[in-house]
Design a binder for this molecule. Sequence first.
Ligand code: HEC
Ligand code: HEC
Ligand code: HEC
Ligand code: HEC
Ligand code: HEC
Ligand code: HEC
Ligand code: HEC
Ligand code: HEC
Ligand code: HEC
Ligand code: HEC
Length: 294
Amino acid sequence: MKLKKLSWIAALALVVPFKTASAETATLVGSDTCIACHSEQAASFNSSNHGKKISVTKKVAADKTCESCHGAGSLHAAAAGDKTNAGFATIKNPTKTDSKETAKVCFTCHQEKATMLWNTSTHAQNGLTCTKCHSVHNGQGPKNLKKSANETCYQCHSKQKAEGKLPSHHPVDEDKMGCVSCHNPHGGPMGNLKGESVNETCFKCHAEKAGPFAHEHAPVTEGCTTCHKPHGSANASLLKQPEPYLCLRCHKWPHTETTNNANAESSTKIIDRARCTDCHSEIHGSDYKSTFKN
Ligand code: HEC
Ligand code: HEC
Ligand code: HEC
Ligand code: HEC
Ligand code: HEC
Ligand code: HEC
Ligand code: HEC
Ligand code: HEC
Ligand code: HEC
Ligand code: HEC
């Protein structure tokens, strides 16, 4: 009986070290080992932006490059392509790891301001990975993108692509600007916008609307998107509704009695006065008149 127990322990002692051996952490083997089996990926890598610059800019020794992203590869290499061997899957494929895990690999080198808010971004929260848009081995477009910047966005945002074809739109399709003129796909202080707010984003190009004005129009201060659509509209000037209905959401028509005197005839005929901004032309704010007239 005692002897039997002892032999069990002896057997266990034999098994345990064997088990820990297979759960051992991988160590670095160097790029030459990888290249022996992955000559195709090594070729694509070497001709990529990364392959050309990593050693120069980041001082990653040439024999350490592969494993700087894929992790230490001794167990994977020892598995010799046998997918049933537990060691095989210890190599990291950044297209298969989750959003944060992939980002962690990229962030070992990338601490650009543009990517700082990634983990809180709508994209990360919806499970997008860096490699959805970028390819390290085969980035075709600028910035190692798989496609041009706008095409990258259109893959998932067909609604905004369609809006860009409406009569009034920002010239994105015309290539005068891009989705990334207003958005940072890596996240921003407000959703995926580049600016601190909607208005700050618009002021980058429409600074003349920023004021401050002696007489501010409350909805403008509140946000450009109170009246405008950002991507496209069937109405002139990217408006959410055509005039005068846009204004009538918040204002009464006709004018009060005093102002009716000024427009005695026409004030009651909305059709004739479809454009409130014919008279209230400084609609974004004015230094002269509180009624935004010239
Ligand atoms: C003995 C050959 C061999 C060696 C050495 C080797 N690999 Fe592999 N590796 C393979 C095979 C086979 C596959 C599976 C390929 C397939 O499915 O098309 C693979 C797959 C991969 C994958 C994809 C894994 C996945 O889950 O999608 C990555 C990444 C990878 N290897 C990187 C490396 C790196 C980095 C090294 C060097 C540390 C390396 N390999 C060394 C044979 C090898
Ligand atoms: C800067 C990070 C990085 C470095 C360095 C790198 N890779 Fe990759 N590798 C990736 C990413 C990301 C992918 C996913 C496909 C892509 O983005 O191009 C990938 C995919 C792979 C795959 C999976 C099969 C495939 O084609 O998708 C293999 C195999 C591979 N790399 C091997 C290598 C080898 C060998 C080296 C060294 C010569 C290397 N990688 C260097 C990031 C890297
Ligand atoms: C070992 C360091 C290293 C790692 C890890 C790394 N990169 Fe890079 N990356 C670089 C270097 C170096 C450049 C070239 C920068 C330059 O042109 O000056 C670069 C360039 C880029 C660019 C183009 C930047 C530009 O301004 O044009 C993108 C996009 C990029 N990497 C994405 C990624 C992604 C996505 C990952 C993770 C899958 C990743 N990188 C992992 C070092 C790295
Ligand atoms: C939804 C698509 C998308 C995802 C996901 C994405 N990027 Fe980008 N990335 C872009 C686009 C588009 C650009 C070009 C932006 C521009 O030109 O203003 C870019 C630019 C970059 C640049 C260059 C920065 C610069 O200042 O010009 C780096 C570095 C980069 N990305 C790294 C990453 C990393 C790391 C991740 C994951 C944490 C990631 N990207 C995720 C689309 C994406
Ligand atoms: C792989 C799919 C995918 C790609 C590619 C992609 N997005 Fe997204 N995007 C999403 C998902 C999913 C959401 C969250 C749900 C939604 O609003 O549709 C989202 C949300 C957004 C939002 C709303 C953010 C918020 O907080 O309200 C903006 C803005 C955005 N994406 C811009 C872009 C831009 C710009 C590009 C191209 C550089 C891009 N996306 C590429 C999938 C994608
Ligand atoms: C002129 C600036 C601008 C351009 C260019 C632009 N957007 Fe937007 N986008 C915005 C603003 C502003 C919002 C609304 C943000 C808010 O109110 O929270 C928005 C919202 C979004 C949203 C959230 C859903 C929605 O429609 O409100 C997505 C997704 C989006 N944009 C994708 C894109 C894509 C894809 C492109 C390129 C075709 C693009 N945007 C071009 C300014 C812009
Ligand atoms: C990157 C620069 C840029 C940014 C940022 C930008 N715009 Fe524009 N905007 C343009 C350009 C370029 C035009 C077209 C001017 C032309 O065709 O003469 C335009 C035109 C317009 C028009 C007139 C459209 C028409 O059909 O006449 C409106 C309204 C407008 N933008 C509102 C906005 C709003 C609101 C924002 C913020 C959400 C914004 N813009 C952000 C560049 C920008
Ligand atoms: C109260 C509604 C309203 C708000 C809020 C508003 N706009 Fe406008 N905007 C208009 C109207 C109406 C027009 C058309 C004027 C015309 O046809 O003469 C217009 C036209 C424009 C134009 C094109 C003509 C021009 O004057 O250059 C731009 C650009 C513009 N708005 C930008 C902005 C920006 C940026 C904001 C936010 C700071 C904003 N708008 C907020 C009502 C508004
Ligand atoms: C989202 C609501 C909203 C929209 C839309 C709007 N306004 Fe206003 N407007 C206000 C508010 C709030 C004030 C300031 C309070 C007040 O004096 O009634 C104001 C003030 C004014 C004034 C000055 C009133 C005074 O007594 O000095 C004029 C004129 C005016 N708006 C014209 C317009 C015109 C024209 C449009 C359409 C292009 C328009 N507004 C669209 C909310 C709006
Ligand atoms: C023919 C020119 C003209 C047109 C068109 C016009 N207004 Fe006026 N509006 C005036 C004048 C004049 C005043 C009084 C201005 C003053 O006292 O400085 C005024 C005053 C206002 C005021 C200030 C409060 C009030 O009721 O007295 C508001 C709000 C207003 N207009 C909104 C509108 C809206 C909304 C439209 C379009 C439906 C519109 N206006 C079209 C000329 C016009």
